[in-house]
Design a protein around this ligand. Structure first.
Ligand SMILES: Nc1ncnc2c1ncn2[C@@H]1O[C@H](COP(=O)(O)OP(=O)(O)OP(=O)(O)O)[C@@H](O)[C@H]1O
Ligand SMILES: [Mg+2]
Length: 251
């Protein structure tokens, strides 16, 4: 089978500042791939280009076999994208089930399948019991799981997650990791951005560490650590860049 993501010299500038600067990525089917780096490294910008929401200023990327610029519609049909920030305020006045059903319609799930599909993904992330409560009453972890569920509604080949556990407690983070692992066991490919080094270490099959929009180093977590005899990915980052992640970023 072909690659799920193949990007070459992918770049994006904002007013002369290169947020992403010549990034190469290859992601195979079934992988959990991590884009790892500090705040402002260019992770979200990269993800938005791969999700067809932001045109690259240079380079090219194919997602699920389609060019993100020339065949954006084909790419969108095949991906689920869960954004970094929590869902917009409007959805807080809905129940989890209502939100999932509305999103299912947005994702073009056939009308007669909407209710069943919403129930299915809520079950998948362990929210069935809370499906009829208002989203505004959900904890941060439950909201993240609801976002994850909504990204799964149209059974995407590739799930793109931007900071899937940002701000969650340890228990909730582990639950989200378990859900992600379960999806991959069933053949889904996952691209996730994170600045939690431990998350990348525990969850990712392979990862690219980025800083200032450029690749610092890529490999499996074990390869990256073994190559330097470093105990953690924090240490790998420090050794390659000469600077540490800011306090508190490593979670
Ligand atoms: N729409 C925009 N307009 C101008 N500058 C932007 C825009 N989006 C991102 N940037 C800049 O691009 C750089 C990369 O931002 P990006 O959001 O991709 O980083 P990130 O790695 O996702 O960071 P974080 O870990 O904080 O989420 C930053 O310097 C940011 O200020
Ligand atoms: Mg980001």
């Amino acid at each position: 089978m072909g690659l799920i993501i193949e990007a070459e010299r992918l770049s994006r500038s904002f007013g002369g500042h290169a947020a992403v600067d010549g990034l190469a990525l290859t992601i195979a089917p079934g992988e959990i791939f991590g884009l790892l780096g500090p705040n402002g490294a260019g992770k979200t910008t990269t993800i938005r280009m791969l999700a067809t929401l932001l045109p690259p200023s240079g380079g090219a990327a194919q997602v699920c076999g389609f060019d993100v610029v020339r065949a954006a519609g084909e790419v969108r049909k095949r991906i689920g994208y869960v954004m970094q920030q929590v869902s917009p305020m409007g959805s807080y006045l809905l129940t989890g089930r209502e939100k999932a059903e509305i999103e299912a319609s947005l994702y073009h799930v056939p009308r007669r399948r909407v209710k069943a599909r919403a129930a299915e993904v809520l079950d998948l992330v362990g929210l069935s019991e809370h499906a009829d409560r208002l989203v505004q009453e959900y904890s941060g972890g439950m909201q993240k799981r609801l976002d994850l569920a909504c990204g799964l509604l149209h059974r995407p080949e590739l799930l793109i997650l931007d900071e899937p556990t940002l701000g969650l407690d340890v228990h909730s983070r582990h639950r989200v990791w378990d859900h992600i692992r379960g999806l991959c066991a069933e053949g889904m490919t996952v691209l996730l951005a994170t600045n939690y080094m431990d998350e990348a270490d525990r969850l990712c099959d392979r990862l690219t560490i980025v800083d200032h929009g450029r690749e610092v180093v890529s490999g499996t977590p074990a390869e990256l650590k073994d190559a330097l005899g470093a105990p953690t990915l924090d240490e790998v980052f420090l050794r390659h860049t000469g600077h540490a992640l800011r306090e508190g970023e490593a979670g």
